[in-house]
Design a protein around this ligand. Structure first.
Ligand SMILES: Nc1ncnc2c1ncn2[C@@H]1O[C@H](COP(=O)(O)OP(=O)(O)OP(=O)(O)O)[C@@H](O)[C@H]1O
Length: 571
């Protein structure tokens, strides 16, 4: 499903998508890791403060030509260097481990929710609307964990650094006396105050320049995903495209997506350069700002080189930590739009199926339908079946012109169609549905045959026997071959694989939607005979346009003009 609408407004509740992992029963190990990382970052900041003090002592000794003092200062410096690097390496390692663990946990949870209550199906065909779920699960979750962890930890480190070096700037910055028209004012800690004011001013400017970047980034992700989905579509239908020589049409279609990307990309570039310009200008002018702030001390000849180097280091640290918000502006914008998309996805998969079609499970064989009305998604009535009773073991053929709702009826019986009302009673756990196109997942032929059960559910002899029954003896030697079977097997062979699955699974009730349409008469007869011989009591309901299928199905349900007509079995 494609999405090109403007993003919904960002809300604070979007941030709640980070919480579940930290509230889960697995939270203790990650919390311990997080605490260790924060502890290491405190040590790291303390070592930086220590380096500042060491710098002052060392440079004052150096410019006083006290070589012996300098030599004494070297061993502790090396020891603290080792400690600081060790903290940094361990912190990076633990952060990577933590973000991978968090991502895996989140992906498992999202997959479980995406695959439950047929949310994956409803997102494509039904009431749950959502775009590009593959991007949410594969990319956004990874970005969310990596970015939010990095930004939270960097944020903590920025606050610690800010506090530690603010004290240093306050202590050694001293105060400044100002007087105008007879008034005197003493400003304590003016160095710290000046640094904070300059950095905050630049941050506010940055927010103003760069805030549209969030929306532009949000749209960019959508457009990228749309192009990827179009390319996947093309790959899936490469044969149809090649037969109709549709290269030019495809090029045109893909170019449209590309144009949308390029158009939005211009906005991304504009807002990014604006934000970067303010950030870079401020970085470039930082030394001048410090020089202006130090002017009173320079004029009063009250600054040693050692003091200057300590003030410079503290100024840089305070500025850097205050600038954290500025420097991470684009990452923060990405994170905000990732959270927004994940929150939307969560809301969508959490929506329960909205249907007034009631399914009653019964262990009794057969099917009972009462007052079933099916609608189109736009509310128009498609089909009305006042009552239909199928006894266990009966075989029914569903016929009707194209578009009368035959497949939709099967979807409703399977619980996939949500539009309508009525009651359907059957043993859902003992049913098997064969849709028009057989799903052949990538993997070994053994796994394809046993789908959706495990490949080890049956032994070789069983696989070989059913392959023989459906006239696919040649496949018996390829059971362990891993391949993209949907590009190898012909539609008729794929339908015979589906029949082999029926013989393996032995359901009590079988629903087929033109499941033998690609077979020749001989193979169809062979399959029907095999089903009768192997599963004589199985209830069968088939949709088919073929005359040849009438002989196999004594009962007939004909759909016409939105109504059901039952034809009695021939005498
Ligand atoms: N997901 C959907 N969204 C909107 N309309 C749908 C959807 N699925 C089916 N329809 C519409 O419902 C109607 C019935 O479709 P259905 O597939 O049940 O027809 P059918 O009788 O099986 O046709 P055919 O014999 O050609 O397979 C059609 O008009 C179709 O366009």
């Amino acid at each position: 499903m494609r999405h090109t609408d403007p993003p919904a407004r960002h809300s604070l509740s979007d941030w709640t998508v980070v919480l579940p992992y930290w509230r889960s029963h697995e939270k203790w190990a990650p919390l311990a890791m997080l605490a260790t990382i924060v502890g290491l970052s405190f040590i790291y900041v303390r070592t930086a403060v220590w380096f500042g003090r060491w710098n002052q002592q060392f440079f004052d000794a150096m410019f006083a030509y006290r070589v012996e003092t300098c030599l004494w200062l070297l061993p502790p410096y090396i020891a603290v260097c080792v400690l600081s690097s060790g903290c940094y390496v361990l912190q990076t390692y633990l952060t990577q481990v933590l973000s991978m663990r968090w991502r895996l946990w989140n992906t498992r949870v999202y997959l479980r929710r995406y695959l439950s209550d047929t949310a994956y199906y409803r997102m494509e065909h039904g009431t749950a609307t959502g775009d590009n779920p593959d991007q949410r699960i594969a990319d956004d979750l990874s970005q969310m964990t990596v970015l939010s962890l990095r930004m939270a930890l960097d944020g903590i480190q920025a606050v610690t650094t800010l506090l530690s070096f603010s004290i240093v700037l306050w202590e050694i910055g001293g105060s400044i006396d100002m007087s105008w028209s007879g008034h005197h004012l003493r400003v304590s800690g003016y160095l710290l105050l000046g640094t904070i004011l300059a950095t905050l001013g630049a941050s506010i400017l940055m927010e103003k320049m760069g805030s549209p970047l969030i929306e532009a980034d949000y749209r960019q992700q959508h457009f990228d995903a749309d192009l990827r989905a179009a390319l996947i579509d093309m790959r899936r239908n490469s044969e149809q495209i090649a037969f109709s020589r549709g290269e030019d049409a495809e090029n045109l279609r893909l170019s449209h997506y590309l144009r949308t990307i390029a158009h939005n990309w211009r906005s991304v570039v504009t807002y990014t350069w604006r934000a970067n310009f303010v950030g870079d200008l401020f970085n470039g002018t930082a030394s001048i700002i410090l020089w202006v702030l130090l002017l009173p001390k320079l004029v009063a000849h009250a600054l040693t080189f050692g003091e200057y180097s300590r003030i410079n280091a503290a100024f840089m640290q305070v500025r850097r930590s205050l600038q954290w918000f500025m420097n991470n502006y684009t990452d923060l914008a990405t994170l905000r739009s990732v959270m927004q998309r994940l929150h939307e996805f969560e809301r969508t998969v959490s929506l329960p199926p909205r249907t007034r079609i009631t399914h009653i499970d019964t262990p009794a064989p057969g099917l009972d339908i009462r007052d079933l009305v099916l609608h189109h998604p736009d509310g128009r009535q498609l089909l009305h079946i006042p009552a239909l009773h199928v006894d266990g073991g009966e075989r029914w053929l569903v016929r009707g012109a194209s578009g009368t709702g035959k497949s939709t009826l099967l979807r409703a019986i399977a619980g996939l169609w949500e539009h309508g009302h009525g009651t359907i009673t059957l043993d859902r756990g003992n049913c098997m549905f064969l849709p028009q196109r057989t799903y052949l997942p990538h993997g070994s032929l053994r796994a394809v045959l046993s789908y959706p059960h495990a490949a080890c559910s049956h032994d070789d002899a069983r696989y070989e026997a059913v392959l023989h029954t459906v006239n696919l003896d040649a496949c018996a030697a390829r059971l362990d071959e891993e391949a993209q079977w949907d590009t190898i097997l012909s539609p008729g062979e794929a339908q015979r694989i589906a029949m082999a699955r029926v013989l393996l699974q032995r359901p009590g009730m079988l629903f087929m939607d033109e499941a033998t349409s690609a077979l020749d008469d001989e193979n169809t007869r062979r399959i029907h005979a095999a089903l009768l011989a192997a599963l004589p009591h199985m209830t069968i309901i088939s949709i088919s346009h073929h005359e040849r299928d009438r002989a196999f199905h004594p009962h007939e349900l004909r759909l016409a003009d939105g109504r059901a007509l039952f034809l009695p079995p021939p005498p």
